[in-house]
Write a protein that binds this ligand. Structure first.
Ligand SMILES: *Cc1c(COP(=O)(O)O)cnc(C)c1O
Length: 365
């Protein structure tokens, strides 16, 4: 059996360090925020090339607070994409704003900058591109449009820790970078966790207050806030894991290159790495007109796969009013074709070959 992702395999490689880190937190009594979380904030901000990191309790909270820190609320519009995890759109709605969707580029499946202008109104306040699958959105033209219209840029970097765009780490390119450390993400906690990066000291201050009940100091509630604090265990775990992230990312990239080579003439559409970009392969996504049959064939061979995501957000029942079928043809077609095949650092070259052979057998059938 080859799973789509194997969290226990990774844990076994760092077991002793993790247990020691958890013991440190238990002994310290700092179970919410505390030293481990604060040190992680500094270490992760440095990793992402940003001045400040504000740790929170999920990627969704990171998005919600970035929007609030940017002053976005009822009556405002925020532009994002349909083919993302629902949290991107949900966070805009939590802030009281309206999500306005634009279609994506057919190659990278990230926000198509050419389609931005047509979506901008006098209510537009921000653009929220998603670095989908670990590949950076095309940030230079997005920033140009944002500058021309005085819009905030909030990066959904939940899938893209360590990805780079024209030599710059994502999370430091827009005004805010929002990371998730959900266990399956490239840098995963052992529970829920997230973080916002920013280079703006005032914004960092607002974010710190918002995540902790709007307090400037204990029991001084200068603004309405939230209980969005990261807990001490997650900070300690993430510090241990951050030290391995580059090695793990390079392993993902090696597996991706291996898949690329083995599947080059398979007839499937393979992921692209745009010029000047570093893809970090949160998932390795192939596209097929016969996706469901391919997935079933792999399952018969004991190979697990995933679909990110089967429905664009505007066609989900829980998110009405964002658009009708046919409004975003590139994203809609992608949702029917995408398949995430096994991808995690601990995969072996032999496993990559087994998966590729099973795919090629299906393609030849
Ligand atoms: C995982 C994810 C989120 C939400 O992060 P959580 O930590 O699960 O709240 C947001 N956006 C995208 C693109 C994600 O993949």
């Amino acid at each position: 059996m080859i799973p789509w992702i194997d969290l226990q395999a990774q844990y076994q490689t760092i077991r002793e360090d993790i247990r020691a880190a958890l013991d440190r937190v238990l002994d310290s009594g700092q179970y919410v925020l505390g030293d481990e979380v604060h040190q992680f904030e500094e270490e992760f901000a440095a990793y992402a090339g940003a001045r400040y990191g504000i740790a929170v309790n999920s990627g969704t909270s990171a998005l919600h607070l970035a929007l609030l820190a940017a002053g976005i609320g009822p009556g405002d519009e925020v532009i994002t994409v349909p083919n993302t995890f629902v949290a991107t759109v949900a966070a805009i709605q939590y802030a009281g704003a309206k999500a306005v969707l634009v279609d994506v580029d057919a190659q990278t499946l990230t926000l198509a900058p050419a389609k931005l202008e047509a979506a901008i109104t006098e209510r537009t306040k921000a653009i929220l591109p998603v670095h989908l699958y670990g590949h950076p959105a095309d940030m230079a033209p997005i920033r140009e449009v944002a500058q021309a219209h005085d819009l905030t840029v909030i990066e959904d970097a939940a899938q893209a820790h360590g990805a780079e765009y024209q030599g710059q780490r994502i999370g430091s390119i827009g005004d805010y970078g929002c990371f998730s450390f959900y266990p399956s993400k490239n840098l995963g906690a052992y529970g829920e966790a997230g973080l916002v990066t920013t280079n703006d000291d005032k914004a960092a201050e607002r974010l710190r207050m918002l995540r902790d009940w709007g307090q400037s100091r204990k029991y001084h509630h200068d603004m309405a806030g939230f209980n969005y604090r990261m807990d001490g265990f997650q900070g300690a775990v993430l510090r241990v894991k951050l030290r391995h992230l580059e090695t793990w990312t390079e392993a993902r990239r090696t597996h991706a290159a291996h898949y690329n080579e083995l599947l080059a003439d398979s007839g499937l559409m393979l992921p692209v790495e745009a010029e000047g970009c570093r893809h970090v392969y949160y998932v390795y996504v192939v596209r097929s007109e016969r996706r469901d049959a391919l997935q079933a064939h792999l399952a018969e061979q004991g190979i697990h796969s995933g679909i990110h995501y089967p429905h664009p957000v505007h066609l989900e029942q829980g998110y009405p009013g964002l658009g009708a079928a046919g409004d975003f043809p590139v994203a809609e077609a992608a949702c029917q074709q995408v398949l995430s095949i096994p991808m995690y650092p601990e995969l072996s070259a032999a496993q990559v070959e087994t998966v590729a052979t099973a795919i090629k057998d299906f393609q030849a059938s």
